[in-house]
Design a protein around this ligand. Structure first.
Ligand code: G3P
Length: 225
């Protein structure tokens, strides 16, 4: 499963990239606003740090406006993926961009039927927001399972990009459900590593190691037989 970081915070991107297991980054207008930077500057800075797919979201809501922004953003780098909201004009834009070979990430998806439309339009990625579905009392991960079944039934190439993932349980369940990608906040990324029993066990090992007689160093250099 690919791991994407869901942020526009350069420090978080650099730290996560240093782990060697980061496959891409997703941004959205809220993340860009939080960064306090110009859109192109922060997207290009991220794209220079992470060679994987970097999602940059259009803000137009009409087809022509979306296509104009998509063509502009796609020219910023070969790893730029165009994020497009799952509305009717968005689907029309995705269809056109797919025919042009421009990669898209269809966002703000909340149902498997919406995801079916995105696949038919040729989306590269589909981003169902599991956390926001959970927020209103519906099980977000059930939508991931439904999409996986539907995509597998018809061999759609669109990749499921589980988004709005807010806990290690979301990551676990997305992996079990067969999501191709999960995008998560940096805080969740860091939580995946930690387990108290690992820390306790390591401390015990190191404490016990202190009792092991350490090999005496040879008087002269190592003896070669
Ligand atoms: O990329 C979508 C993601 O940023 C939404 O996450 O936690 O705001 O629902 P959240």
């Amino acid at each position: 499963m690919k791991f994407f970081l869901d942020t526009a915070d350069i420090k978080e991107v650099k730290e996560a990239a240093s782990w060697g297991i980061l496959d891409g980054v997703t941004t959205n207008p809220s993340h860009i606003a939080k960064s306090g930077k110009h859109f192109k500057d922060v997207v290009c800075e991220i794209a220079a740090i992470v060679p994987g797919p970097i999602s940059a979201e259009v803000t137009a809501t009409d087809v022509d406006g979306m296509l104009e922004q998509a063509h502009e953003y796609a020219a910023w780098g070969s790893n730029i993926v165009i994020k497009i909201p799952l509305i009717l004009d968005g689907l029309k834009a995705v269809k056109k961009l797919s025919e042009e070979g421009i990669k898209t990430n269809v966002t703000l998806c909340f149902s498997s039927t919406q995801a079916l439309l995105a696949a038919k339009a040729g989306a590269t990625y589909i981003s169902p927001f599991v956390g926001r579905l959970d927020d209103i009392g519906t099980e977000g991960m059930e939508v991931i399972r439904e999409i996986r079944a539907i995509y597998d039934n018809y061999d759609y190439s669109t990749q499921i990009l589980t988004a709005s993932a807010r806990s290690p349980l979301h990551i676990r369940d997305a992996a079990i459900a067969g999501s191709d990608v999960v995008t998560m906040p940096f805080e969740t990324f860091t939580k995946l590593v930690k387990h108290p029993l690992t820390d306790i066990g390591l401390a015990k090992f190191l404490e016990d190691w202190k009792k092991v007689p350490q090999d005496k160093q040879p008087e002269s250099g190592p003896t070669v037989k």
